[in-house]
Write a protein that binds this ligand. Structure first.
Ligand code: ZN
Ligand code: ZN
Length: 244
């Protein structure tokens, strides 16, 4: 893993979505095989968002989590994995997680799902953020095909994930847990937590989400966050300065 000063600078200067003690990033995609699961992590767009392509190596079905930008890169990577994408899930509706959503959905014909409490933000939050940052508009996100709530299960081939409602950074923020990993969106980062100074955010709700939904997972659970490098629940339990 190498320190990427430029991306770290851009990230912290223009869209510091999380509070980080350290910021390391590997800008190349990483292919990780865990049991029968493929997890491919891509760092996309000006906000250095983590987009995940997740699928079953036996059934070859897959999903995309947080197509934040760079639809072409995401689609090329999907092709390399040989996965057939049946679902796109966004952990929340901020622009850096939905920027390539419409383009990726148009090409994959996959269903799009997000938490029911995030639906209202889908039309307003991305555009408002772009305008405030002086960036050009994106294709507006599509309407969801499926609305998720806490405890729902997501089936991708022979993989099963549980939807954990983890509000705080965003009211409809979710994490996806299964097969020894959790995709934590902008709720929990490597030695960091999500920002809570946007409208609709709540530090108390975020801390409650982290403690009651994420910190109850086993220590060895791998955390795939919405930005920055991977971590584990155990490492965060022991070392995350915001959880003391
Ligand atoms: Zn966010
Ligand atoms: Zn983000």
């Amino acid at each position: 893993m190498r320190f990427n000063l430029l991306n770290g600078f851009i990230y912290q200067r223009f869209f510091p979505e999380c509070k980080l003690m350290l910021y390391f990033m590997n800008s190349t995609a990483k292919l990780l095989e865990r049991r029968a699961m493929i997890v491919k992590m891509l760092v996309v767009g000006p906000f250095a968002s983590n987009c995940y392509i997740v699928g079953s190596s036996s059934t070859k079905e897959g999903m995309i989590i947080d197509p934040g930008a760079e639809a072409g890169t995401i689609l090329r990577t999907v092709q390399q994995t040989g996965l057939s994408i049946s679902l796109i899930v966004v952990t929340h509706a901020h622009i850096d997680h939905v920027g390539a959503l419409r383009s990726v959905q148009e090409k994959t014909n996959a269903e799009f799902a997000l938490h029911e409490a995030e639906k209202g933000l889908l039309l307003t939050a991305p555009m408002r953020m772009l305008t405030s940052l002086g960036l050009s508009p994106i294709k507006s996100p599509p309407q969801p095909d499926r609305l998720l709530k806490d405890g729902d299960s997501i089936e991708i081939g022979d993989l099963h994930f549980e939807v954990l409602h983890t509000p705080g950074h965003s009211s409809g923020g979710i994490s996806l847990s299964g097969h020894g990993v959790v995709f934590s969106g902008d709720t929990l980062f490597n030695f960091g937590i999500g920002r809570t100074d946007f409208p609709g955010c709540s530090h108390e709700r975020l801390m409650k989400s982290i403690r009651e939904k994420l910190m109850v997972l086993p220590d060895e659970t791998i955390v795939y966050p919405g930005h920055g490098p991977l971590t584990t629940i155990g490492d965060e339990r022991r070392g995350n300065p915001f959880l003391r």
